[in-house]
Design a protein around this ligand. Structure first.
Ligand code: NAD
Ligand code: DAU
Length: 336
């Protein structure tokens, strides 16, 4: 096993990255974390506030800035790369930042890791594999072909390809994890679950795309954090590990669970314009990750995890309120 003492976590002020940083600070006190984050609209330093300063340091900057990487990266033994533009709807209205951050940014980081001898863990998505039909008796496996649908997922697929090439060509000790849809605290209000919960908390209405039958495979973000740590420390360089928790549910099912948990009529929501190119279903087969690394999900009760998440948003209005209005204005423009 690999025991990193000094890691760079890119995107550590975003949803999943900050949950990982808090997990490391709590569970691996011997490891120092340097968070490198540009603080885009999706990054919030509040997400890692209050952690011990001797264990977690924030550097504000862009992963595309090669000069900055030359100053930040030396002296660390691994990069855990979360930074990305992450939202499909945004990638459809304006793809350019997705190509820059997700493709060029990953290239810059790979070069910095290669020059300074760091191990590299790339955090990616199940969306690189495209989508499945609702009735297909198959789930994604690590060696499946890549066939991404959106500007977002194609930019992530591109970044995965770069990581695979840097391993094969330069021998960079790199691993990739492709995870399904995360939920939990600190997720931006643009995403499905927080959007519905905060709409209802604001007195607005929930919004469902298309026919609501699209399926996502939900996993609690804490289970994802443990999986990333396990891949970083026990994964074999050059390998891809899929992370999922048998959490397949239709959007309609999830929305109605939210409405009921919040004491609303389960039919009281708006059907809105579908996302162009909307992927039908994602489903992860995590067998390799479980068998090889001994990882397994602990948050197995989705309704309990959902209720905790709803309670978190109800208690953290000050955290999400500042982003709410602009997010909804953007959706309104798109008829969503
Ligand atoms: P997020 O949008 O909440 O956070 C992204 C973070 O990256 C923000 O803090 C932002 O400021 C930072 N960032 C963006 N561009 C940057 C740049 N050029 N330089 C430095 N920092 C930059 O995203 P998330 O949902 O937490 O996703 C994190 C990672 O996990 C992404 O790589 C995403 O593809 C992957 N992923 C997400 C999910 C999911 O369900 N959300 C599932 C699987 C994989
Ligand atoms: O599968 C992993 C991916 O999950 C990550 O790679 C992405 O970064 C992350 O954003 C997420 O992508 P999705 O597109 O699946 O997530 P999103 O929360 O945007 O939407 C989830 C589903 O809910 C999707 O089918 C679209 C639908 N939806 C979304 C919103 C915002 C609605 O029906 N209504 C909404 O208001």
């Amino acid at each position: 096993t690999f025991s990193p003492r000094n890691i760079v976590v890119t995107g550590g002020c975003g949803f999943i990255g900050s949950n990982f940083v808090r997990w490391v600070a709590e569970n691996r006190p011997e490891t120092h974390v340097t968070v490198l984050d540009k603080l885009t609209y999706a990054g919030n330093p509040e997400n890692i506030a209050g952690l011990p300063a001797e264990r977690v340091e924030l550097v504000v900057g862009d992963i595309c800035d090669a000069g900055l990487l030359e100053r930040v990266v030396p002296g660390h033994d691994a990069v855990v790369h979360y930074a990305a533009e992450s939202h499909n709807d945004n990638s459809i209205s304006d793809p350019e930042p997705f190509i820059r951050t997700n493709v060029e940014g990953t290239f810059r980081l790979l070069e910095a890791a290669r020059r300074h001898g760091l191990r590299f863990h790339h955090v990616s998505t199940d969306e690189v594999y495209g989508d499945l039909a609702l009735d297909e008796p198959r789930r994604f496996r690590p060696d499946d072909p890549y066939r991404p649908s959106s500007p977002y997922s194609s930019s992530k697929a591109s970044s995965d390809m770069l990581v695979r090439a840097w391993h094969r060509t330069y021998g960079l000790p790199a691993t990739i994890s492709n995870c399904s849809n995360n939920y939990g605290p600190y997720q931006h209000v643009e995403k499905f679950i927080p959007r519905q919960v905060t709409n209802l908390l604001c007195g607005g209405r929930a919004k469902l795309y298309g026919d609501g039958r699209n399926v996502r495979d939900w996993i609690h973000t804490e289970d994802h954090s443990r999986a990333v740590w396990d891949v970083l420390t026990k994964g074999r360089p050059g390998e891809t590990y899929l992370v999922g928790a048998d959490g397949e549910r239709s959007n309609l099912e999830v929305l109605q669970a939210i409405l009921m948990a919040m004491g609303r009529d389960p039919e009281d929501f708006d059907w809105v314009r579908d996302r162009p190119g909307h992927d039908r279903r994602y489903a992860i087969d995590p067998a390799k990750t479980m068998e090889e690394l001994g990882w397994e999900p602990r948050h197995r009760d989705f309704s309990e995890g959902l209720e905790d998440t709803i309670a978190w948003y109800a208690e953290h209005r000050d955290w999400w309120m500042p982003a709410k209005e602009a997010t909804e204005a953007k959706y309104a423009e798109q008829g969503q």
